[in-house]
Design a protein around this ligand. Structure first.
Ligand code: AP5
Length: 221
């Protein structure tokens, strides 16, 4: 399975990608997580990406595309992958098409998570993340057993720099202008499945699994 998750910030892409990737036994490739790991590691890539991320802007395509190309050349993605946060505009989608053509593989599904903007603001302002395993919690909707501590790793949770309300609104604008056109781009290739991302995490996972199953059975037919 080679899948892409697309949706506005806070739609639950990371939450669902972690569950689905584990279920499908394929790696989750999150450009946001890779950038954040580079920022906290103080690498050159991280230094370059940080100013864009803190503002809620996209990191330049040549940086992002090179990073994804490198990641998709690693052995663990040979049997499939779940892309979370990439592509993020039509030029990145075209570049992904070239990368996959070089690897002689195709995408199976682009899953769009749909959620309204006020829900996004509530979700992101309450998000707390684990720097160790990457899991996102929510202070109200998906709280850890002990406040502020990851259930899995026992490390302190942190709040992302870009989860301030003014930055969240800017990220939503970037999504509308730059990322939303991907929906038509992939629909015209017959790859798009759209699901509602409102309701509980479990309900969204059930819809995502059903959409993946439907696409897979369509491909077999
Ligand atoms: P990235 O990390 O990809 O951020 P994003 O797309 O803005 O998405 P988020 O991680 O904010 O949200 P999500 O949809 O994953 O939601 P989550 O599951 O965490 O990118 C960050 C930055 O990196 C970008 O702004 C850009 O600068 C750069 N970047 C990354 N990729 C790039 C690219 N391709 N090109 C250029 N630049 C790039 O859930 C959110 C919250 O909601 C959590 O608290 C969670 O617990 C809660 N939640 C989840 N599901 C539910 C539910 N069903 N009900 C209630 N709460 C829920």
């Amino acid at each position: 399975m080679r899948a892409v998750l697309v949706g506005p910030p806070g739609a639950g892409k990371g939450t669902q990608a972690q569950i689905l990737a584990s279920d499908l036994s394929i790696p989750q490739v999150s450009t946001g997580d890779i950038f954040r790991a580079n920022v906290s590691g103080g690498t050159e890539l991280g230094k370059r990406a940080k100013e864009y991320m803190d503002r809620g802007d996209l990191v330049p395509d040549e940086v992002t595309n090179a990073m994804v190309k490198d990641r998709l050349s690693q052995d663990d993605t040979a049997g499939g992958f779940l892309l979370d946060g990439f592509p993020r505009n039509v030029p990145q989608a075209e570049k992904l098409g070239e990368m996959l053509a070089d690897l002689k593989v195709d995408l199976d599904i682009v899953l769009e998570l749909k959620v309204d903007e006020e829900e996004v603001v509530k979700r992101l302002s309450g998000r707390r993340s684990c720097s160790e395993c990457g899991r996102a919690y929510h202070v109200e909707y998906d709280a850890p057993a002990v406040e502020g501590v990851c259930d899995t790793d026992g490390v302190a949770l942190y709040q992302r720099q870009d989860d301030r309300e003014d930055t969240i609104r800017h990220r939503l604008e970037v999504y509308r202008k730059q990322t939303a056109p991907l929906v038509d781009f992939y629909a015209s290739q017959g790859l798009l499945s759209a699901i509602s991302a409102t309701g509980s995490v479990g309900e969204v996972t059930a819809r995502a699994k059903a959409a993946i199953k439907e696409k897979a059975s369509g491909a077999d037919a």
